[in-house]
Write a protein that binds this ligand. Structure first.
Ligand SMILES: C[S@@+](CC[C@H](N)C(=O)[O-])C[C@H]1O[C@@H](n2cnc3c(N)ncnc32)[C@H](O)[C@@H]1O
Length: 329
């Protein structure tokens, strides 16, 4: 990034200045030139001092500040770094300041301030009705679940707990011939999901259904069931950074050990999977609790090049083989 240029080069006037020139000079003394880069650095400094929590799309103060500055100034990230040296007018600075203030005072995640988030490169509308999309499962969808399933035979996909619709929509984009159902118990979340489905013109292949886990999908069977369910336990819920309190509680909390929702999915998924179908579920840092609770299950824990973890895969056949254990879990 280029360093911001030093403040203006005011030269001593040779002749008497007109009124307009004088007032311009006065203004430029009162409001020093501020560049996009200046605002990004200022935001990063203030965020660091305020000990904000990152983890809703960025992982550091500078990227968080940059996202808000670009959004407030309606800049395109594709134009970076050329726009870093651009000068920002007073109105732009006010818009940036308002976002910085809310980020610091109210601890609102940047995605909610911008009402935007990207998932597998797809722009989604988000607000406090849905979790901020950030699942590492995006990387897996991008790879079309290779090497775990032959992508050519994937015709139907189910996303349990669809929230903003991010996983369902990404699946539909990655598998252009597949039909995708995204289910959620929250009608508020489904409203957001449907907007995003329309936004990506996927209304013919992606359905958003109100359902308590599998309750509304009836006898339908899928090649892939994918889920980022709620998985935070009671104790962890109490200690979450303030940023998480802006997210719907129903998207995070899942009983005493965080595994209530995951247990239902494990018990019921096999009945909704086709032969050789796969189940992929994110449980984040509840991984250890799940392994302890269900030692007999042959979980495959997936690895991600871009970071993140706590995502397991089980085949329908593995689930079937452990039905008895799951029934009493
Ligand atoms: C962790 S969020 C995931 C949202 C989205 N899939 C994502 O990755 O950003 C979990 C979602 O599961 C939904 N949910 C919670 N309990 C549910 C249930 N019993 N049945 C279906 N969905 C449920 C929540 O409303 C929330 O949208």
């Amino acid at each position: 990034m280029s360093k911001p240029r030093a403040r203006s080069q005011v030269t001593k006037p040779r002749a008497r200045k007109s009124r307009a020139t004088r007032s311009r000079a006065t203004r430029s003394r009162a409001t020093p030139r501020v560049s996009v880069a200046d605002l990004m650095h200022e935001g990063a400094r203030r965020f660091t001092r305020a000990h904000l929590f990152y983890g809703h799309g960025t992982d550091n103060a500078f990227d968080e500040a940059a996202a808000l500055v670009f959004h407030a100034l309606r800049l395109d990230h594709a134009d970076a770094p050329a726009v870093y040296a651009k000068s920002v007018d007073a109105a732009g600075r006010r818009r940036v300041e308002e976002l910085f203030e809310r980020r610091i005072r109210e601890r609102v995640p940047a995605a909610y301030l911008m009402k935007r988030m990207w998932f597998m490169g797809l722009e989604l509308e988000v607000d406090e009705r849905v979790l901020v999309p950030r699942s590492p499962i995006a990387e897996l969808i991008e790879r079309r679940f290779a090497p775990w399933i032959d992508a050519r035979r994937v015709a139907n996909i189910l996303d349990v707990g669809t929230g903003s619709g991010c996983i369902a929509i990404a699946c539909a984009v990655a598998f252009p011939d597949a039909h995708v159902d995204g289910v959620d118990i929250s009608t508020a979340a489904l409203t957001v999901a449907r907007r995003n489905i329309r936004r990506h013109h996927l209304g013919r292949r992606v359905r958003a259904l109100r359902s308590d886990h599998f309750a509304a999908v009836g006898g339908r069977r899928y090649d892939v069931i994918v889920s980022n369910p709620p998985y935070v336990g009671t104790t962890e819920m109490r200690s979450l950074p303030r940023e998480y309190r802006h997210e719907p509680r129903i998207a995070l909390a899942s009983g005493q050990d965080g595994l209530d929702s995951v247990r239902v999915i494990l018990r019921e998924a096999a009945a909704h999977l086709r032969a050789a179908g796969i189940l992929v579920v994110e449980v984040g840092n509840s991984q250890r609790a799940l392994e302890r609770a269900l030692r007999a299950l042959p979980f495959t824990w997936l690895e991600f090049a871009r970071g993140g973890g706590g995502v397991f895969l089980l085949t329908r056949e593995q689930l079937r083989a452990h039905e008895a254990v799951l029934a009493v879990s």
